[in-house]
Design a protein around this ligand. Structure first.
Ligand SMILES: Cc1cc2nc3c(=O)[nH]c(=O)nc-3n(C[C@H](O)[C@H](O)[C@H](O)COP(=O)(O)OP(=O)(O)OC[C@H]3O[C@@H](n4cnc5c(N)ncnc54)[C@H](O)[C@@H]3O)c2cc1C
Length: 394
């Protein structure tokens, strides 16, 4: 059995941010990161073709939020900051692509928006809060599909104060940006750190303890030991893995649901697509929630798109037909494509109480850490914040 100082299960933004902080603070400590997917990055997956790339998951570092930007700077990849260009938001409804604002009733908005000054988010669901401050029809026709597009599931029953949160900013960085070479450039920078080992296509199936160490068994029967264990995978999987070593945490984690998102990303020659440039196509009442384009970083030859489909609804053939309909193109024009599955946590009104219980229970397990996109919120910055605070506790 090979021994490491730290084993991290999950190589998404959360696991990799945590690894970075440990590598920086505890020089010389060995870190093993395991991921069951055949690539490192989790919800970050960049499809590359020649000098072009498109994202199949997380694509933008929004609002100059500070923690993740600091991590990128510490990794020495500030020269890769690439500001987004502006591109339109569109909606796909009744089988056609239309401007997003055509779904907004300005009269209803003007009547309701002043409520924003006294209506508070805490204690209200997203539907309750935004129906009140935008108007019920504006919420159902435009804002609800917009939020679905952002988190790839219906956000109506989420706590209103857990989405679109304000966080500390670094105003010296671009407001909204990506990275040259795509978001996977971050994953690659962490993977390249000294003493960091990343094994993809390696599922952790069981964690036990032996002689005061954690023993992580993988799907192929290999075992690795460590003094510290960090779960950086969706809560249902973290819950399963903790069943032997922390049954109370395991039960709490298993109660947090997640939506399955099936993503198909494609790259096409520009001349083969008829749809105008866009940033997002937001789907209304459809089997996909959004199409996210690479048009925010123009390229002279290619365009790229990621279609996020609801889980277990369409087979590949039907997905391609949908893509042809939305983009006005033929599948024969696709020069590169890739698929992946994401899990987007579903946060109910009882979520903050669950997180408080998880954090309380964690106090009894000093060498177990849990990071992820289901603590402070779902965005990259939320993952970075949780990883930073938990690495600081080690
Ligand atoms: C389609 C999409 C687009 C998004 N766009 C943005 C955006 O532009 N900006 C933004 O701020 N946020 C965005 N988000 C949110 C953000 O990208 C995610 O919340 C974040 O990347 C999740 O990172 P994570 O490390 O917590 O989890 P994940 O990325 O889900 O990583 C968890 C990893 O654990 C692995 N795993 C699970 N079980 C096991 C096991 N037993 N053994 C080994 N490995 C295991 C999984 O394979 C996975 O790779 C987006 C999310 C999605 C789904």
């Amino acid at each position: 059995m090979t021994n490491f100082d730290y084993i991290i299960v999950g190589s998404g933004i959360s696991g990799m941010s945590f690894a970075h902080h440990i590598a920086k603070a505890k020089t010389g400590k060995s870190i093993l990161i395991l991921d069951k997917k055949d690539y490192a990055g989790g919800c970050v997956k960049t499809l590359r073709h020649e000098d072009f790339w498109v994202e199949l998951g997380g694509h933008t570092i929004y609002n100059s939020y500070k923690t993740f930007i600091t991590t990128l700077r510490e990794l020495g990849i500030e020269d890769k900051f690439l500001p987004r260009e502006k591109a339109a938001f569109k909606m796909y409804k009744d089988n056609s692509v239309v401007p997003l604002m055509s779904s907004l009733s300005k009269i209803e908005a003007a009547f309701n928006v002043p409520k924003m000054f006294f209506k508070k988010k805490p204690g209200h669901t997203v539907r309750e809060y935004y129906s009140s401050v935008l108007g019920k029809n504006n919420y159902e026709n435009m804002f609800s599909p917009m939020l679905q597009a952002v988190i790839s599931q219906d956000a109506s029953d989420f706590p209103a104060d857990m989405l679109l949160k304000k966080r500390e900013r670094d105003d010296t960085a671009p407001r909204n940006f990506t990275l040259t070479g795509g978001m996977s450039s971050f994953i690659e920078a962490v993977s390249a750190l000294d003493n960091v080992t990343v094994y993809s296509s390696t599922e952790a199936v069981d964690i036990t303890t032996e002689d005061g160490k954690y023993v992580v068994e993988t799907h192929c029967g290999k075992k690795y030991t460590a003094d510290n264990i960090t779960l950086a995978c969706p809560p249902i999987f973290a819950g399963k893995l903790l069943a032997n070593i922390a049954p109370d945490l395991s039960e709490l984690l298993k109660q947090i649901p997640a939506a399955k998102v099936e993503t198909l990303g494609i790259i096409v020659d520009k001349s083969d697509v008829t749809v105008d440039n866009f940033s997002f196509v937001i789907a209304k009442d459809d089997d996909f929630t959004s199409a996210v384009s690479r048009d925010i970083i123009a390229h002279d030859k290619y365009r790229g798109f990621a279609f996020h489909f609801r889980g277990d609804k369409l087979d590949k053939e039907a997905k391609l037909t949908k893509i042809e309909d939305v983009l006005g193109m033929d599948r024969g024009a696709i020069v590169a494509s890739a698929e992946t599955i994401h899990y987007s946590p579903t946060l109910g009104m009882d979520h903050k109480g669950r997180v408080a219980k998880i954090d309380k229970a964690l106090e009894n397990y000093k060498s177990i850490k849990i990071v992820g996109n289901y603590f402070g919120g779902i965005a990259i910055e939320d993952c970075a914040l949780r990883a930073f605070s938990n690495a600081g506790l080690v």
